[in-house]
Design a protein around this ligand. Structure first.
Ligand code: PLP
Length: 354
């Protein structure tokens, strides 16, 4: 095995407890496990969480079917707009559709439950709040479909005290005041939970995503969350280098002193971003050592001036969930932890710590 992801499910449980404490009103938990649980493996993550959360949320119909095939029987909310050609599958697999447009009501066939997504400011998917009366009208016309929730999504909750979040909360409160008070209503993503406390008695659910996996959604660090992903490989080969010798494509890196270079069988084909070349460190035998040279498709390299610091077959932690995190990589290349974890190639085997 060239490398493996190690997913610590005990840390996932810990994060879930941190989330429950942060959400101040004991809401139902809708675990967001879209995109293969942000790269952590949706089947295993959902099987682990099945009795600990209420709902699962995924981006696509296919992701919902994957969970049903893995015997998950929690309610599953599909975020994407349902399309007529595949609508039967919602019914066959008992998946909850999202109505994001008045026209989507016509797409539903009898027996499918749905939730309604209002666009209060994200401007991506959802029905305009000005159409709330038409929505209520459609809901009463559709006798064979049950509306099991109403939600909206924040555009800017990854930072505290954001004016747009307050505007969205107010607009959404107006919208749902038109619905029965028993309606299941939810708004908060990770930022909403941690920076705004999911306050409001009408907010009966939360949709935590990135925080489950141990990261804050923005640059405001949330203490107590623990990254659950580590990425482990090993030293495949070692060569001695003298001061000034070049390594790898373009000899992008030249040895500043003599030492050893270790070749590690992980590259951008595995999801290690090439842009990180020369910008990060890995942990070997408890020490941080610099990654050097251009990251290639299947390999990268580390350097040490101490010839004793590693040997062939020694473990190499690219990520350890402590000092070495997806957030650390993301900051180096101006992206977010979400992109790092979702980009790990599915061919990298995952091991789960129970
Ligand atoms: C992705 C997503 C979430 C979760 O967002 P995080 O920032 O990862 O917590 C919640 N709701 C919707 C509609 C989403 O698309």
């Amino acid at each position: 095995m060239r490398s493996e992801l190690i997913i610590d499910l005990k840390k996932l449980d810990h994060n879930l407890e941190v989330i429950k404490t942060a959400a101040q009103n004991n809401p139902k938990i809708m675990a967001v496990i879209k995109d293969d649980a942000y790269g952590h493996g949706a089947v295993k993550v959902s099987q682990h969480l099945t009795s600990k959360v209420d709902w699962f949320c995924v981006a696509t119909l296919e992701e919902g079917i994957e969970l049903r095939n893995a015997d998950i029987d929690n309610p599953i909310l599909i975020y994407e707009v349902p399309d007529a050609e595949r609508i039967l599958q919602f019914k066959e697999h008992n998946l909850t559709a999202t109505v994001s447009d008045l026209e989507n009501f016509e797409t539903l066939i009898p027996g499918i439950n749905y939730q309604i997504n209002f666009d209060t400011g994200m401007r991506r998917l959802g029905i305009a709040p000005t159409n709330v009366e038409q929505v209520l009208q459609k809901m009463t016309e559709l006798k064979d479909n049950e509306c099991v929730g109403v939600y909206t999504h924040f555009s800017s909750a990854d930072e505290p005290d954001n004016e747009r979040v307050k505007q969205q909360m107010n607009l959404f409160a107006d919208v749902i005041s038109k619905f029965p008070s028993s309606m299941f209503v939810h708004i908060s993503n990770s930022g909403g939970i941690f920076h705004y406390g999911n306050t409001g008695s009408h907010l009966k659910g939360i949709r935590p995503g990135i925080c489950l996996y141990g990261y804050s959604s923005g640059d405001t660090k949330i203490s107590n969350l623990m990254p659950i992903m580590s990425w482990k490989s090993h030293i495949m080969q070692i060569r001695k280098v003298e001061k000034g010798e070049g390594i790898g494509y373009g000899h992008f890196w030249k040895a500043p002193t003599s030492g050893i270079v270790g070749t590690i069988p992980v590259g951008y084909g595995d999801g290690l971003p090439r842009l990180l070349s020369g910008k990060i460190s890995f942990k070997i035998n408890g020490k941080l050592l610099p990654q050097i040279g251009r990251i290639s498709m299947d390999y990268c390299a580390v350097f040490s001036k101490d010839e004793q610091s590693f040997s062939v077959k020694d473990d190499v932690y690219l990520l350890d969930g402590e000092e070495l995190t997806a957030k650390y990589w993301a900051d180096e290349i101006d992206t977010i932890a979400y992109e790092i974890t979702t980009q790990v190639h599915p061919k990298v085997k995952k091991t789960y710590l129970e």
